[in-house]
Structure formats: C-alpha cells, structure tokens
Ligand binder design. Structure first.
Ligand code: UDP
Ligand code: MG
Length: 314
C-alpha cells in the first residue's frame, strides 16, 4: 500500500472545483478500498494565485474532509510552478508517490488504478498519454500537434501527447529537487531523469465547466521554455545560417570582381537593396533567437523563488 498525494493546480477554477473534488475523493477512497493506497493519502489543491472564489472553496473542502489539504500561492506563478509546489510539499509529507492532475479533470482519472499497478511493478514515473483528443478544439489539437512535432525536431525528449498527468514515485520526487531551473518545463525534466517509466493511455475529455486558463501567451511561454531549456538547435541554426550567408556573400563578391575586371559596370541598386533588407531581417531573427536564450539565462541567474506559499491548510 502506498501513501499517495493527488496534486491539483488550480487557477480560477471556482466553477468546477466542487465537482472535481468529489470525483477525486471517490477515486482516492476507491484506491484505499482496493488496497492500493493508505488512509494517510491526501488530495492537495494548490491555488496558483486565483482571484475568484477558488481558495474559499478549497478552505470549505478542507473543513469537511480530512482527505483534502490546500496550499495558497501568493501570486500567479504558473501551472508548472503550482505543480512543483505540490510535489515538493508532498515529498515533505513522506508520500510514496504523487499523481498530478489538472483541476478540470480533462484527463481521465479512471486510469490511475492502472498507474498504481505499474508503479507496484517497479516503474518510477508513469505518464498519462492522450491517445484521442476529439473533444479538444481544432486550435488546441493542432497547436498541440505542432508543439510536439517542433519539440521533436529540436531534439528535445518530450513524450508525444503527454501533458502533466503523471504518477511520480518518491525517488523521482527527490530527484526533482536537484532541478533548480526557474523556467520550468516538467514535460522535459521527467524524461531527462531516466528511471524505469511506463505509459497509460486514455481519451482526453471536454472541460465540463469554467474556461481554459491557458491563454495563448501562456502556451507560447511554455513552448519556448521547453525549446530553450532542452535544445540548442536554434542556436546552431544561427551558425548554419551565418555560414550559408557568408558563402553566398563570397560568391557575390567574386561575381562583382569578375564584372569589374571584364569592364562591365554593375547595375547594382536593386541587388544592394535586396541584400540589405534580406540580411537585415536574417540578423534581427538571429538576434531574437539569441535574445530568447539570453533572457532565460538572465532569469536563471537572478535565482528568484519559483513560488511563494502564502497559506497552508493541512
Ligand atoms: N493553471 C494554473 N496556473 C495558471 C494556469 C492554469 O495552475 O496560470 C491550472 C488550471 O487551473 C488547470 C491546469 O493548470 O488545473 C490546466 O489549465 P487549463 O485546463 O486551463 O489548460 P488546458 O487544459 O486548456 O490546456
Ligand atoms: Mg484543461
């Protein structure tokens, strides 16, 4: 029997939290009854700086059942930081494993039993994989597809269609403590750890209530964090581009010399303007890519806290 913590990041989830918490506690009791989890297991809500009634709901829940615990962050630190907070807290509570799930339960909690079986058979990290996403919007489905394809192209080791629904054993939770990065990308960190891993598959469901808290800006930030943290290919691309343009420039130089020697004047205006505009654009693009890396280096060297806990209900 394992002591498990369900870690639930919540940002403005007042519309769905009551319903989700009921389903989660049922699941936990089911695990306890089937001898998979101990009575000391718990459900930990991490309020990521919500400005609606999320924290009030969490407070009421904790008053009504011993299975619930709550952490309130002092600001909106982001989905990844909220999950990290919950996992680090769970580790302090000496759990055997933690299961992270989004508050809207779009990921199917019925596969948690299977996750436990795999954990008992010796896997340290068990990834939940969305093998059908028919319920996602056209945009979500395709932006996600593009994201996984791009990550793959960049040589970053992320698991296709796996988001942040996973079971993590205490060894991996301890290992997580040595990943000190501020620009967190857990989907890259866990595969990087190694350990024995396994996958469970499910169909992703529709959000029953409330709204997606992942704005386009947050999605882009996560994707860029992932690429910058786990791939240096964009930087190499700049070097390759530099070589290529140097070759072209040499070719053009030779051509210009030949024309000069043979006495034909160069009718140069258009080609000069094109070259200036083209290479100006290429240089700005390259500066932008370097800037993405540099800004993250800057964030990392500041070593600011990744999250700040405001209140704890235990
Ligand atoms: N979330 C969070 N902080 C944020 C944004 C989202 O903790 O700044 C939580 C949110 O409450 C949910 C999970 O992250 O539990 C995933 O968000 P959401 O369901 O809105 O994203 P989607 O499923 O649309 O990608
Ligand atoms: Mg969701």
């Amino acid at each position: 029997m394992k002591r498990v913590a369900f870690v639930i990041p919540c940002y403005n989830e007042e519309q769905i939290l009551n319903e989700s918490s009921e389903k989660l506690v049922k699941k936990l009791i089911d695990l306890i009854n089937s001898g998979l989890a101990t009575e000391q297991s718990f459900i930990l809500f991490v309020d990521d700086g919500s400005f609606d009634k999320t924290w009030d709901i969490i407070y009421t829940l904790t008053q009504n059942s011993n299975f619930y615990k709550g952490l309130k962050l002092s600001n909106n630190f982001g989905h990844q930081a909220a999950i990290l907070t919950g996992m680090e807290y769970a580790l302090e509570k000496d759990v055997d494993c933690a299961v992270t799930i989004d508050a809207d339960l779009q990921d199917d909690i019925s596969v948690i039993n299977e996750m436990f079986e795999l954990f008992n058979k010796g896997s340290e990290i068990i990834y939940g994989i969305r093998d059908a996403r028919n319920e996602d919007s056209f945009f979500k489905r395709n932006s996600a597809l593009l994201f996984y394809k791009l990550m793959n192209l960049m040589g970053a080791n992320v698991i296709f269609n796996h988001a942040d629904f996973r079971l993590v054993g205490s060894k991996a939770l301890k290992a997580l403590k040595s990943y000190n990065e501020n620009c967190l990308f857990l989907r890259g960190i866990f595969p990087h750890m190694g350990f024995k891993t396994a996958k469970v598959f499910y169909g992703r469901k529709k959000r029953e209530a409330g709204y997606s808290q992942y704005t386009l800006k947050k999605m882009l930030k996560l994707a860029l964090n992932g690429i910058v943290a786990f791939s240096a290919i964009p930087l190499r691309f700049i070097s390759a581009l530099g070589f290529l343009t140097t070759f072209i420039a040499l070719g053009v130089l030779l051509y210009a010399l030949c024309v000069k020697i043979t006495g034909n004047s160069i009718a140069g205006w258009a080609s000069i303007v094109i070259a200036i505009v083209l290479f100006g654009g290429v240089q700005l693009l390259c500066l932008g890519i370097i800037g993405e890396y540099l800004s993250r280096v800057y964030i990392e060297v500041k070593r600011r806290p990744r999250y700040i806990i405001d209140e704890v209900i235990d």
